[in-house]
Design a protein around this ligand. Structure first.
Ligand code: LLP
Length: 439
């Protein structure tokens, strides 16, 4: 491969070549794999900051106030929460654990937004007690729970609209169509707004929509924003509240594979915000609410690199190799679950000529345990490192202990340092909840 053929846009900004070796800043990635052990995940801080800057740039196209809230389901840990809180972001959470990690990481409660389609009464109560910035009401059952909650505290609520739109993405990631479990119909949303207006402690402050994830086409997203704005108009006309926050969710796509659309994040973010501003002017025209963007994947995916070590290699009669590495569907379920396509590179001699196609598989007892169906790779030998880019989102947060796999160590690369964010899981961690028999 010539250096110019290297899909640089898939890799963290700090990745570069030196003498046919791949470096992350001043670290030789192959040496890192040996030193840190594998599988290991490394996040590159400059790449995270670059994505935040792209969203800030995008929000300049929205003439009112704006806020970036990170969708913590993409991956959350205490140190990441600390980093993002310091950068002034908000946090989208869906569970008590995400909420607690966010608060311990230093987010002000008002910067947290609680999502989810089936929030249990206990979670709602804890969110109210903590004073989160918004509880995003998904359905009328949830509203009944909030109405009947014995609390004298004021609750700021958003309504999640189901706009009945099909997002152009994998079926498991579509969340805005009629048959989806998420969000309220137009009529339910109006009924909810009326009920909230009649309640002494409930306050309708915002509207939310999220039609899906890994989307490159802005048109359906803008169509969902238009419906949200129309709902704001209808609610305000009826005198049921004033919409101060407009949240079109997350969902912007990122390229994972050289064949994926390579649209720059700042272009997508700007298009989304400019389109939202235009829609607001045309359909509402009043003072601008805060536009709340909720990216998960696009904020963090590209910053993450997964490092593995090659083990067994099988040579098939058609010339294809099956290369087994020491991680798989236990740390990256996306290929098995969504047919997600990735690319890989040996960080030592990455520019060598490809020796043919290879299937990258894991060590788990399951044929669905693969990371890449086909990638053209140079010759690799057992013990060599293999790096997979765009590994920052929805890998570790969906990781499992299948076959007793221990979850990987996670590091942060900064221009000065390599910092441990999360140590590798241990067998003791795995057994911590087990109660030995007492008889
Ligand atoms: N807001 C809400 C209400 C969401 O449900 C999600 C993602 C986001 C924001 C963030 O979306 P993002 O910017 O990351 O696209 N496991 C799947 C993705 C599931 C997304 C779930 N919700 C995958 O690996 O592709």
């Amino acid at each position: 491969m010539r250096p110019t053929d290297f899909p640089r846009h898939l890799w963290p900004l700090s990745v570069h070549f030196y003498q046919n070796r791949l470096f992350l800043g001043r670290h030789d990635l192959a040496d890192l794999a040996e030193r840190l052990g594998t599988p290991a995940y490394i996040y590159d801080l400059p790449t995270i900051d670059h994505a935040i800057a792209a969203y800030r740039h995008g929000l300049e196209a929205w003439p009112g106030p704006g806020l970036i809230t990170y969708a913590s389901k993409a991956w959350l840990s205490l140190p990441l929460a600390q980093l993002l809180a310091r950068r002034g972001l908000g946090l989208d959470v869906v569970s008590l654990a995400e909420m607690t990690i966010g608060l311990r990481g230093g987010f002000a409660p008002s910067m947290l937004h609680l999502h989810g389609n089936n929030k249990r009464p206990e979670l709602l109560r804890r969110a109210v007690d903590a004073g989160v910035g918004a509880i995003v009401v998904d359905n009328l059952h949830e509203l009944s729970l909030l109405e009947s909650m014995r609390s004298a505290k004021d609750m700021r609520l958003w309504l999640r609209l189901n706009p009945d739109l099909l997002a152009p993405t994998h079926a498991y990631r579509q969340t805005g169509h009629h048959g989806s479990k998420f969000g309220m119909t137009w009529d339910d949303a109006l009924a909810a707004a009326r009920r909230i207006a009649a309640h002494p402690h409930l306050h309708l402050t915002g509207l939310h929509v999220h039609i899906g994830s890994q989307i490159f086409d802005l048109d359906p997203m803008l169509a969902s924003i238009e419906r949200l704005i129309d709902l704001a108009v209808a609610i305000e006309r009826a005198g049921w509240g004033r919409i101060q926050a407009l949240s079109p969710g997350g969902g912007l796509g990122v390229p994972y594979h050289p064949d994926d659309p390579a649209i720059a994040l700042h272009t997508l973010a700007e298009g989304l915000c400019a389109g939202a501003a235009d829609a607001w002017r045309r359909r509402h025209g009043g003072p601008l609410p805060t536009l709340i963007l909720e990216p998960g994947r696009s904020l963090i995916a590209r910053s993450g690199v997964a490092l593995y070590t090659v083990g067994a290699i099988r040579h098939l009669s058609d010339g294809k190799r099956i290369i087994a590495v020491d991680g798989g569907m236990s740390d990256n379920l996306r290929p098995a679950l969504y047919g997600a396509r990735y690319t890989a590179t040996p960080p030592r001699n990455p520019l060598d000529e490809a020796a043919g196609p290879a299937r990258i598989v894991g060590p788990l007892c399951e044929s669905g345990d693969f990371l890449i169906e086909e990638v053209w790779l140079p010759n690799v030998r057992p013990g060599d490192a293999l790096a997979i880019p765009v590994s920052g989102a929805y890998h570790l947060s969906m990781a499992s202990n299948y076959n007793g796999t221990l979850r990987p160590a996670v590091y942060l690369h900064t221009p000065d340092d390599l910092i441990l964010l999360q140590r590798r899981e241990t067998i003791d961690d795995l057994m911590r909840r087990d109660q030995p028999l007492s008889f």
